[in-house]
Ligand binder design. Structure first.
Ligand code: HEC
Ligand code: HEC
Ligand code: HEC
Length: 287
């Protein structure tokens, strides 16, 4: 809007170099939506994912096509026309569902190569059929390069803003609020150690363990098995915290500093490497 206004005012008293510059600005601004479109995903995709759909339909169509393409190619290489045709037909069926599911990606679908694959396979022209399957593979890759990671991130990575941490008294707290508290508590241990206030440091360590305990109860809302929780908040972490408690009691600043660093990596950084990084990326790209 600002560009446009200054363009119009410069029009009254024509000033060529400035007008040219402003035109450039407008052209640059016009190019922006095209760049942004690279991370825009079609609306129709949402209906093939949770929560709109019970199953991850788009993803399962993909798994099926990978299997079908593999089978088709392996049978073509063995010059087994009958089996190759069976799998090529299945592939074509799933392939044809893509433009029905997500019509916005019409430029990404290569129907001609699929048709050629069926035709050459039916004619038992194995070399030509394999070449057509190469073309199909190229087409799969071209769409994936642009959209695969974005789609997985947008539709399959959980939104932690919908997650609550259930506290010991039964009340609930937002995830990011609990995180801010963890960070404050962790730093209190460090500050108190630095000032050689050992009992204050120990109190903060107890608080941290308690807060992590409450966080850990929520792992099960996404993870069916105990292994992910064990890996980050399990026996090894408990052992590090026990050693840290001992070193605080012993007023050993050097050792407690090292153990606290170890715990921060094993607990905070390890969990952030997946959960927080992807959540932050998802928010930056799509919110
Ligand atoms: C589930 C594994 C997990 C563990 C363990 C974990 N975090 Fe986090 N942390 C997250 C996630 C997920 C987010 C992003 C939350 C969001 O998007 O709202 C986050 C965000 C944060 C933030 C940013 C909060 C904000 O306001 O955006 C801080 C600070 C933080 N964590 C500190 C810590 C500290 C310190 C520890 C270790 C004592 C820790 N976290 C342990 C998952 C974890
Ligand atoms: C029009 C775009 C498009 C085309 C064409 C396409 N795909 Fe995909 N594919 C995607 C998207 C988007 C994803 C990410 C889905 C997700 O992670 O939920 C994906 C994911 C996949 C995956 C999952 C990968 C993994 O390990 O998580 C496989 C396998 C796959 N595609 C196979 C194929 C095959 C084989 C073809 C060609 C016959 C093909 N795709 C053509 C868009 C496309
Ligand atoms: C909102 C859902 C959600 C919550 C809550 C959650 N996770 Fe995860 N976590 C995931 C998803 C999704 C993945 C990736 C796919 C998978 O492994 O299931 C993952 C992966 C992991 C992994 C394997 C990857 C890695 O970093 O090694 C670990 C370990 C893990 N989570 C630990 C935890 C712990 C510990 C907690 C609780 C403190 C937790 N998760 C809470 C969703 C969640």
């Amino acid at each position: 809007m600002a560009c446009k206004a200054s363009f119009m005012s410069s029009n009254r008293r024509p000033h060529r170099p400035l007008a040219g510059f402003v035109t450039l600005l407008i052209l640059a601004a016009a190019a922006l939506p095209a760049m942004a479109a690279d991370i825009t995903l079609p609306d129709s995709l949402a209906q093939w994912y949770k929560p709109a759909n019970k199953r991850q339909v788009w993803l399962h169509t993909m798994f099926a096509m990978r299997r079908e393409l593999q089978a088709t190619r392996e049978y073509l290489q063995q010059e087994d026309g009958e089996h190759a045709l069976k799998w090529a037909n299945r592939l074509a069926e799933h392939y044809a569902r893509m433009p029905e599911m997500v019509p916005e990606w019409r430029d990404e679908y290569d129907m001609a190569s699929i048709d050629a694959l069926i035709e050459k396979t039916a004619a038992r022209d194995f070399d030509a059929a394999l070449r057509a399957s190469d073309e199909v593979t190229r087409d799969c890759r071209s769409c994936h390069r642009q959209y695969q990671a974005l789609t997985a991130l947008k539709f399959r990575w959980p939104d932690f803003r919908e997650q609550r941490v259930v506290l010991d008294d039964g009340s609930e707290r937002d995830y990011d609020e609990h995180m801010a508290l963890l960070s404050t508590t962790l730093n209190r241990i460090r500050i108190a150690s630095d000032d050689e206030r050992w009992s204050e440091a120990t109190r903060s360590l107890d608080a941290l363990r308690e807060q992590l305990g409450m966080l850990g109860k929520g792992c099960a809302s996404c993870h069916d098995d105990a292994a992910p929780r064990e890996r980050i908040l399990g026996a090894e972490t408990e052992q590090t915290f026990d050693q840290l408690a001992q070193s605080l009691t012993a007023a050993d600043g050097k050792r407690s500093g090292r153990l606290l660093g170890e715990a921060a990596v094993a607990v905070c950084a390890r969990c952030h490497g997946t959960h927080r990084l992807l959540s932050d990326m998802r928010r930056q790209l799509f919110d």
